[in-house]
Structure formats: structure tokens, C-alpha cells
Design a protein around this ligand. Structure first.
Ligand code: ATP
Ligand code: MG
Length: 420
């Protein structure tokens, strides 16, 4: 007797009900399929357009399907970068009553590409470096949640390149287990496997003439280990400070920037042992900060200016308790509460000499030096006053000197004197 078909889902997507579940996935008609690049896998995976969006369907044993579905739901709840599970379809039978494998349905992750597809485009060497960094971020984030992947590889990862940011997502959670806090032994198992798999996968791509022969596969494998360790050490650094030492947050953000990672979000928690900060890292490509600042504030800034501005915006968001709020709203407030008053605090005749974004950038830099020197938070008003006095005034003198040397000269020197 044929078993009853069952759909396990938090909310059943009506678009799933009309799919041809009584046909083996390999034989699904092309009119329901979406031809999108897929990674390599043991199981059959197809992308399907439903009335409510694009989904990935994977045929797999029933208990494994349920296990992976549950694990992906847990990861989703924990906020991990992973594909989102939609349903498990079990008890499938063909029209002749033959049993068919169960199917795990996940939402297709928009704008993501499997690494093979990324490689088949022309890939600059620095892009490969950023992809490896993105994978290091993913692995560190999963490990911080206590997730042991057990099958780290490029083909179990999806890469998204969006507005200059690179994000890696877990796509295959079949072997995953949660053991918080994750032991060093389990972490190094995952990391060793990542290294071995990446080397193997890149060698395969070279053999298939997809990846350029000059890519040093061993070096790339070593790179994942090195970047992971760097990031893990930085993010797990235990540090408690008091509420009056928020400059330490900036110190950590700067340190992460120096290591070549950027800050996505910061989270500050305070309890009896003091205030602790956790930082969500991200990986970006050249031009990201300019675009992001332009989108949020309409200002056209240089990369380093934009990075500093966004770091300050993120600190503002946390300081004002707007965690989780829409960043464009927060950016609007930040512009009128922080950015504009800072620029306006600079006397008009000096203001004309520099772009507002450069003034702001230099004030932040100046504030940072004072904070570091004096190991304390420096209010913005104090920082601007000091900047005008110590930096701009000096620059004016410098200009006068230059003018005296060379009366024909009319452009001020652009280089800021050291502030310390
Ligand atoms: N939700 C999704 N969005 C985008 N692509 C997906 C999604 N789910 C699966 N894929 C694609 O299908 C490929 C295979 O999926 P998956 O790794 O889960 O299969 P598998 O057979 O379990 O793999 P393995 O051989 O590692 O066991 C992935 O590499 C990815 O390219
Ligand atoms: Mg896989």
C-alpha cells in the first residue's frame, strides 16, 4: 500500500503543493525548473520556481532530510549565515506506486554563486583572497555558535557578492552538530578538513582548466587556516571594560580593520563583570564603503573616510540603543546628531579648505589618538575643539609658511601633521 505523502514545514508554502512530487527529481519537466548554476553534489539537486519564489529541492533519505531540516532551522534561529529550510516532503511514491526518496526544500539564496561558477568567470587573484576570507568568517561565526560542520568545503558553501561585500553561507548541514562551546579539537578538525578540501577542489578546477594553473593551491589552503586563526584569536579575545571606556570598542574595530576584516555589527552587553563587546566581522571589496555611505547619506566619500564613518555610525547605533533598527533611519539621525554638528563646529574659514567628509574623518582620527593616549572616551565636542586648535591651526601656520616661501602658491598642504 502506498504511504501517505507528508509535508513537514513551519508554514507550508502553497507553491510547493503543486510540484510533481510523484516524479523522480531527475525527470522533472523543464518548465518547472530554473536553470541556475549548481555546485557539485552526491545527491540530486534542482532549482524550482514556485508561485512564492525560487527554491532548491534535494532528494535525500528521509531521516537525513529531517535531520538537515532541523539543523538548518536551528542555524536560522541562531542567525547563522546558512540557507533557509522550507520543508521536507516524505512518503513520496511514483504513479506506479514505487517509493521515491524524500526531498529537502530550501529557499534559493539570491545572488549567491557556487565557487565553480565564480571561477568560470574571470577571477582576479584578490577576489580569491576575499572568498577565502569570507569562508574564514563563516567558519568562525559557526564555531562561535558551537556548530561543528563536519564537511567544510567550497562546494558546501555559497558565495554572495553584493554591493562590494563578500558573504559565505553554509549550504549543506547534513553532517553538522551543535556542541556549544565547541572544543578546540572539533574546531581544528573542521579547519583541517577545510584546508584539505579546498586544496582538492582547486586542483580539480585546475585539472578541468577552470582555475588558472598559476593558482598556488597549497598556499590557498594554508591561507584559510591562517585567516581563520587570526580572526578567531581577535574575536574571542576576552576583554571587559567599564561604561566610560567605549573607546575600547573603537580600538577593537580598528584592530579588525588592520587585520583586513571589516565590521558588520557590534553588540555591547553589560553585566556585573563589566561591559563586553562582540563584533560581527565581514569581508568587503574595494569601493564598498563609498557605495554604502552614498546609499545611506548621499555623501560621496573616499574608501578610508567611508570606513571610518560607518564604524562611527555603528558605534552610534549601539550607543543610542538602536540595535536591529533600519540602518538608513539610524544614518539619517547620525547625520544630524553627529556628522553635521561636528563639521559645523569647525570655523567657516577653515571649513572651506577641506571637504566635510575629510574634516569629519580627521576629527575622528584625532579623537582616536587622544583616546588611545589618555585611555579614555573623548566627547565629540572636545575632539573637534582640540582638532581645530591642534591640527587646523597648525595647518594654517604651515600654509602661511609656504606662502611666505612661495608667494605664488595658493593650495594648502593636504597632509595632516601627526597629532600625538
Ligand atoms: N538553497 C540553495 N540555494 C542555492 N543553491 C543551493 C541551495 N541548496 C543547494 N544548492 C546548490 O546545490 C549544491 C548541492 O547541495 P548540497 O551540498 O546540499 O548537496 P549534497 O548532495 O548533500 O552535497 P554533498 O555531496 O556535499 O553531500 C550546492 O553546492 C549548491 O550549489
Ligand atoms: Mg554538499
Amino acid at each position: 500500500m502506498a504511504t501517505e505523502r507528508q509535508i513537514t514545514a513551519a508554514v507550508v508554502d502553497p507553491g510547493l503543493l503543486s510540484l510533481p512530487w510523484d516524479v523522480p527529481l531527475v525527470d522533472w519537466p523543464s518548465d518547472v525548473l530554473a536553470a541556475l548554476p549548481r555546485g557539485i553534489s552526491r545527491h540530486i539537486v534542482r532549482f524550482v520556481r514556485t508561485t512564492t519564489g525560487l527554491v532548491a529541492v534535494k532528494e535525500i533519505g528521509d531521516s537525513v532530510a529531517h535531520g538537515e531540516y532541523d539543523m538548518l532551522r536551528t542555524l536560522d534561529r541562531l542567525g547563522a549565515p546558512a540557507v533557509q529550510p522550507l520543508a521536507v516532503v516524505s512518503g513520496r511514491t511514483s504513479v506506479d506506486g514505487e517509493p521515491l526518496s524524500s526531498a529537502l526544500v530550501t529557499r534559493h539564496l539570491a545572488y549567491t554563486l557556487p565557487y565553480r561558477a565564480l571561477f568560470s568567470q574571470h577571477m582576479r587573484p584578490e577576489i580569491l583572497t576575499r572568498l577565502i576570507d569570507a569562508l574564514a568568517v563563516l567558519l568562525v561565526r559557526l564555531h562561535l555558535l558551537g556548530f561543528f560542520w563536519g564537511d567544510v568545503s567550497l562546494s558546501n558553501t555559497l558565495f554572495r557578492r553584493d554591493a562590494g561585500a563578500f558573504t559565505a553561507y553554509l549550504v549543506d548541514a547534513e553532517t553538522g552538530e551543535l556542541h556549544p562551546p565547541l572544543s578546540d579539537h572539533k574546531r581544528s578538525y573542521d579547519l583541517d578538513l577545510a584546508r584539505t578540501n579546498i586544496i582538492g577542489e582547486l586542483m580539480d578546477l585546475q585539472a578541468g582548466e577552470i582555475a588558472p594553473a598559476e593558482v598556488d593551491t597549497i598556499a590557498v589552503g594554508d591561507q584559510i587556516v591562517e585567516r581563520y586563526e587570526t580572526l578567531w584569536t581577535e574575536l574571542t579575545r576576552r576583554e571587559s571594560f567599564s561604561a566610560g571606556e567605549l573607546w575600547r570598542v573603537e580600538e577593537r574595530m580598528n584592530r579588525l580593520n588592520k587585520l583586513g576584516f571589516d565590521v558588520d555589527e557590534i553588540d555591547i552587553t553589560t553585566d556585573i563583570s563589566g561591559t563586553t563587546v562582540s563584533i560581527q566581522p565581514k569581508v568587503v571589496d574595494a569601493g564598498h564603503f563609498n557605495r554604502q555611505v552614498m546609499r545611506l547619506t548621499g555623501l560621496d566619500v573616499q574608501e578610508n573616510q567611508g570606513r571610518r564613518m560607518l564604524n562611527d555610525l555603528e558605534q552610534y547605533r549601539v550607543r543610542t540603543g538602536q540595535h536591529g533598527d533600519d540602518l538608513s533611519m539610524v544614518a539619517h539621525e547620525w547625520l544630524s546628531d553627529v556628522f553635521e554638528p561636528t563639521v559645523r563646529a569647525v570655523p567657516v574659514e577653515l571649513r572651506r579648505k577641506l571637504e566635510p567628509a575629510e574634516i569629519f574623518h580627521e576629527v575622528l582620527e584625532h579623537r582616536w589618538y587622544i583616546s588611545q593616549d589618555q585611555q579614555r572616551d573623548v566627547p565629540m565636542a572636545e575632539a573637534v575643539a582640540s582638532y581645530v586648535r591642534e591640527v587646523l591651526a597648525h595647518r594654517r601656520d604651515e600654509r602661511r609658511l609656504l606662502d611666505a616661501d612661495d608667494p605664488g602658491r595658493d593650495s594648502p598642504s593636504a597632509s595632516a601633521p601627526p597629532v600625538r
